[in-house]
Write a new protein. Structure first.
Length: 257
């Protein structure tokens, strides 16, 4: 009776032993294998055979991780309080470091990203945060990448998503933008007046050198006046005609009493 029961038990034990010693890793996964508590090697992808009770394995995903950095209260260099959130893209490049050097590398990277976001943005003004976002993203990426290198993590990109301001700051920025537009309009108007005055001065010099040009300008003015539907037309007289008449009137004797 005992002889008939032993073989099925042995087969069952062998099946359980084989199931506990076999692992299948996908193309984007690696297995960090420890032997008697010591790091042995990184295996995968494909079929991995472990010695039960002696070897243990930790799965690591090598794909890029998208990590949402929660909104952080930031005080800018010009003492403006605002909330800023970001998104972080990173991946594990050295699996054994991500397991050995840090506990829960996802949580550690998230906390590091939050503190770095506050520290870096606090060194810049509000205008820089709004207008130089690409440069700030690059600075954050370099700082985080250098700090997570010891964990076997590569930070590929950091993007600041939203910069939230209170209503008073939004109104102040709107007033500033309106004042800037008015300043530009006044500058453009002044430049136009300057260019027009320069052209008028050049035209006056040309007319002064060429009396015929002045006569042509006079006839053109009469043509423009005649084209308008005016009930009263005033004809301007050139000074070279009016001047001699005034001289004759001055030289003529007064009438006898």
């Amino acid at each position: 009776m005992t002889h008939l029961i032993v073989p099925p038990l042995l087969i069952l034990l062998l099946v359980l032993l084989a199931a506990s010693s076999l692992r299948i890793l996908r193309e984007y996964e690696r297995g960090v294998v420890f032997q008697l508590g010591r790091f042995w090697r990184v295996k995968g992808p494909g079929l991995v055979i472990l010695v039960p009770g002696i070897q243990q394995m930790v799965r690591i995903d090598l794909r890029i991780v998208t990590l949402d950095v929660p909104s952080q209260d930031v005080i800018s260099r010009d003492n403006v309080t605002l909330k800023v959130n970001a998104v972080l893209y990173f991946k594990v490049v050295v699996p054994e470091r991500a397991v050995i050097q840090v506990e829960h590398y996802l949580a550690a990277t998230s906390q590091l990203a939050q503190t770095t976001l506050r520290a870096v943005l606090g060194k810049h003004t509000l205008d820089e945060m709004l207008s130089e976002r690409e440069r700030l993203n690059l600075d954050l990426q370099k700082i985080l990448d250098s700090q997570t290198d010891a964990w076997g993590i590569k930070v590929t990109n950091v993007e600041i998503k939203h910069v939230d301001l209170n209503d008073s700051m939004i109104r102040a920025i709107a007033r500033q933008a309106e004042a800037e537009r008015e300043r530009r309009a006044k500058v453009i108007h002044a430049e136009g007046e300057l260019q027009a005055s320069e052209k008028l001065a050049q035209a006056a010099q040309v007319l002064a050198r060429e009396p015929q040009a002045l006569q042509l300008r006079y006839l053109e003015t009469l043509t423009v006046i005649a084209a308008d539907k005016n009930s009263t037309i005033v004809f301007p007289l050139p000074l070279d005609i009016v001047g001699p008449l005034l001289d004759v009137l001055r030289r003529s004797p007064p009438p006898a009493a």
